[in-house]
Design a protein around this ligand. Structure first.
Ligand code: ATP
Ligand code: MG
Length: 298
């Protein structure tokens, strides 16, 4: 599951809650995120009581492991698989020239992340089933997500044969198979996040990544009935009273929800606005019974 969306919409919170839910249902879960450097602080790892994930899958709780996907780790794994030797791979990567080349080309960076992910997709458990029954990727914001999902197509045009091409094809077969992969878009009921979500849906379609649906996060609960709203609107008139933004927010939400539903036929799942304390637990409970928003017949 690739969890993606605009910055700040709740990708990491939703990823953490999905990981907890799948783990509670007895799946072997790997939760991942794409990082820049192994020492960086990770807000996702914070949800599991750590400052960061390690560069190799590490047990967070029984049934749940976490790892950071880094270009360098993946490049090393790739060289190791091609050269069939970890020592030579590490020696090759310690060459300044090669390291600079690999970190300069954006495609090389994404190739590393892609290959690391592929390694976990391939991993087998002793029972013959996949080692990880669910792999969650907390994807970077929109642009970077599309560079990653568009990578196989782009590189296969340049390098159609050889070990790189074979890995790309294998990864692409996973990413484009709706029985094995799905992107989930997280967004907010606000103007810019909804617009960016619709653009991202288009972009993902072009890279042929199947999309599970949209999670409309932080939906406010409207405490007023339409009749109460009408009454209050008349009573308040045009006065700029304290709290008018909160009063109007559910209306903005409805407008953005309508725009989202009009812009895509994908299922849209609502997730409420919760208190900060216990957020992941609340999201997990909400995800257990989540159902798509009904569309009117019109
Ligand atoms: N349903 C929710 N109710 C209330 N607060 C939420 C909800 N979902 C997320 N948040 C809050 O929104 C903020 C952003 O969430 P999060 O870090 O998960 O987003 P993100 O998309 O991963 O952001 P980034 O682009 O920084 O990686 C956090 O403070 C989180 O606690
Ligand atoms: Mg995040």
């Amino acid at each position: 599951m690739l969890v993606t969306g605009k910055g700040g919409v709740g990708r990491s919170s939703v990823t953490a809650a999905l990981a907890q839910l799948a783990r509670a249902r007895g799946r072997r879960v790997l939760v991942t995120e794409i990082g820049d450097a192994p020492e960086d602080y990770s807000p996702l790892a914070r949800y599991f009581g750590r400052d960061r994930f390690s560069v190799e899958p590490q047990v967070l709780e029984p049934g749940l492991r976490g790892v950071v996907l880094l270009a360098r780790t993946g490049q090393e794994l790739f060289l190791k698989s091609v050269l069939r030797s970890g020592t030579i791979a590490r020696a090759a990567l310690s060459s300044d020239v090669l390291r600079r080349l690999l970190s300069a080309g954006p495609s090389f960076r994404e190739m590393g992340v892609f290959f690391q992910l592929l390694t976990y997709l391939r991993a087998q458990h002793a029972d013959g089933k996949p080692e990880y029954e669910l792999i969650l990727v907390d994807m970077p914001a929109t642009g970077h997500t599309l560079s990653l999902t568009g990578l196989p197509d782009l590189l296969l045009k340049l390098v159609p044969r050889g070990p790189i091409a074979e890995s790309l094809k294998e990864g692409q077969a996973y990413l484009n198979d709706p029985t094995r992969a799905a992107a989930w878009l997280v967004t907010l009921p606000e103007t810019l996040p909804v617009s960016e979500c619709l653009e991202l849906i288009d972009g993902l379609r072009k890279t042929q990544v199947p999309i599970g649906g949209v999670m409309l996060n932080r939906m406010p609960v409207d405490p007023f009935t339409p009749a109460e709203r009408a009454l209050l609107t008349t009573a308040l008139g045009h006065r700029d009273v304290l709290g008018h933004e909160s009063f109007d927010r559910p209306l903005l939400t409805q407008r953005e929800l309508a725009r989202l539903l009009a812009g895509t036929s994908l299922p849209v799942y609502p997730l409420p606005e919760f208190a900060h304390a216990g957020l992941i637990g609340s999201l997990k409970t909400a995800l257990e019974t989540i159902a798509p928003i009904a569309r009117s017949a019109s």
